[in-house]
Design a protein around this ligand. Sequence first.
Ligand SMILES: Cc1cc2nc3c(=O)[nH]c(=O)nc-3n(C[C@H](O)[C@H](O)[C@H](O)COP(=O)(O)O)c2cc1C
Length: 307
Amino acid sequence: MKTRITELLGIEHPIIQGGMAWVAEHHLAAAVSEAGGLGLIGGANAPAEVVREEIRKAKALTNKPIGVNVMLLSPHAAEVAKVVVEEGIKVVTTGAGTPEKYMDMWKAAGIKVIPVVASVALAKRMERYGADAIVAEGCESGGHIGEQTTMTLVPQVADAVSIPVIAAGGIGDGRGIAAVFMLGAEAVQLGTRFVVSKESIVHENYKQRIIKAKDIDSAVTGRTHGHPVRSLRNQMTREYARLEQEGKSFEELEYITLGTLRKAVQEGDITNGTVMAGQIAGMIEKEQTCKEMIEEMMEQAETLLGR
Ligand SMILES: Cc1cc2nc3c(=O)[nH]c(=O)nc-3n(C[C@H](O)[C@H](O)[C@H](O)COP(=O)(O)O)c2cc1C
């Protein structure tokens, strides 16, 4: 299925794997790219040299394009921004802010810049600053979220900008892809479904928690301080919600979640760890390879869209 995004990024299928902290490392990114989508290395809060290593390891596994998600709030963001140039990366997505100050450097290096946004206003601003495309991410997503749903955000962003729009949040099969294409998207970004792929290094407990999740099993914490995060309900989300209700400060709440995503991803602590996942977790039923997931989703989407 050809769209402006597949052309822009030089990929076969309009499917991007989200740059997920601790999850989006070289095995997953390379597997998604090898399967014809775009795999991303998640920069998150990692030091620049760690990101460089991940890029090199991914490139050793695939000759297809891979991208990097630069988390702009990271203390290492400025160095990571340079590493992507030095390592010849051609696609960067950005989260948690606006990448304006890196735009000239990235453009000069021929990098396609794709900010992740949760509002029309930010989408328009990013287009003005020279973004090549936009990820419009609805609050069904796992991880840090905005307030708009994918259903409402995608068509409004698609109407507001002329650059291509990639829809994210709550997409887990070909029906989801077809639906957001009807809303004006030209590609999708998936997080939660790829967490349970065979190539994902996420602990089996985490994968099984997603597989067993019901539609209502995710919770949003952190709304009171304007930093909402969606993860699957457990002891950690209950404790966080209790402290939030007691009026604890943002710093105190941050402290209790420190390192808890890593604990869930690497150690499989799905009780006291943070099991970031989106509302679509309820629909995900099995572990598959990235290739199987992508082929299955594309076949279904193409049938539905009559392509
Ligand atoms: C475990 C997890 C970690 C995530 N970490 C990040 C991140 O570090 N940076 C980012 O831009 N998005 C992050 N996201 C969001 C994904 O990149 C993606 O946009 C989102 O998961 C799409 O929604 P879905 O989960 O419904 O597929 C994360 C999502 C998950 C599930």
